[in-house]
Write a new protein. Structure first.
Length: 181
């Protein structure tokens, strides 16, 4: 049966490497009959978490109304959450980090966020796979805390410029992620 998939991206490069992999994943997931919603955080307005812990008290997920409130219901309803991003300074890009921080609203608001599947698509310039630690570990630990099951990670090193992903098997591996759920 088709699942609801939310894909949250972090790159501001529309033709970039992580978004090319994301598109390959989405195409494969659509072909398998899943329903995919995409949220490009770099082109949305999502502020940082204020840690006010008033989530849902005003009827909205986040009291500080921004585009997170538009995507929050899609995240809650999703069976599968896919994060896609480049590595920025050995870490998660600010563009997507605010979305991840605001997942806190589901915890504070006592929403049923558990029992999802989760995947990560990421790329970086350097060749050393440990460069991904600053992206991979927070996603894995956050998933574990939220009781989400990691179903796969596509981590592609050695890509710097737009188009570099075409010299790798990144898009193929991203498409194969759609076989895992
Ligand atoms: C602000 C910034 C910081 C970056 N930091 C790193 C880094 O710490 N390690 C690395 O290997 N690549 C780093 N890169 C390179 C990107 O990860 C790489 O170019 C990637 O392919 C970009 O993906 P995209 O095309 O999906 O945006 C950085 C790029 C930018 C713009």
């Amino acid at each position: 049966m088709g699942k609801k998939v939310i894909v949250i991206t972090g790159s501001p490069r529309k033709e970039g490497n992580s978004l090319a992999m994301t598109e390959a994943f989405i195409e494969a997931a659509n072909q398998k009959g899943h329903t995919v919603t995409r949220f490009d955080a770099a082109f949305a307005n999502v502020g940082g978490c204020h840690a006010c812990e008033t989530c849902y008290q005003t009827g909205k997920p986040c009291t500080f109304d921004d585009d997170f409130n538009k995507i929050a219901p899609e995240i809650l309803a999703a069976d599968v959450v896919v994060f896609s991003m480049p590595v920025y300074w050995y870490s998660i890009p600010a563009q997507i980090k605010n979305v991840i921080d605001k997942l806190f609203s589901f915890v504070v608001g006592q929403k049923n966020i558990a029992d999802k599947e989760c995947a990560l698509i990421a790329c970086c310039e350097e060749d050393d796979l440990s460069v991904f630690d600053g992206v991979r570990l927070p996603i894995e630990r956050s998933a574990a805390l939220l009781k989400w099951r990691m179903i796969g990670e596509v981590l592609i090193p050695g890509v710097l410029n737009v188009g570099d992903i075409g010299r790798t098997d990144g898009c193929q591996k991203a498409a194969e992620l759609a076989e895992r759920f």
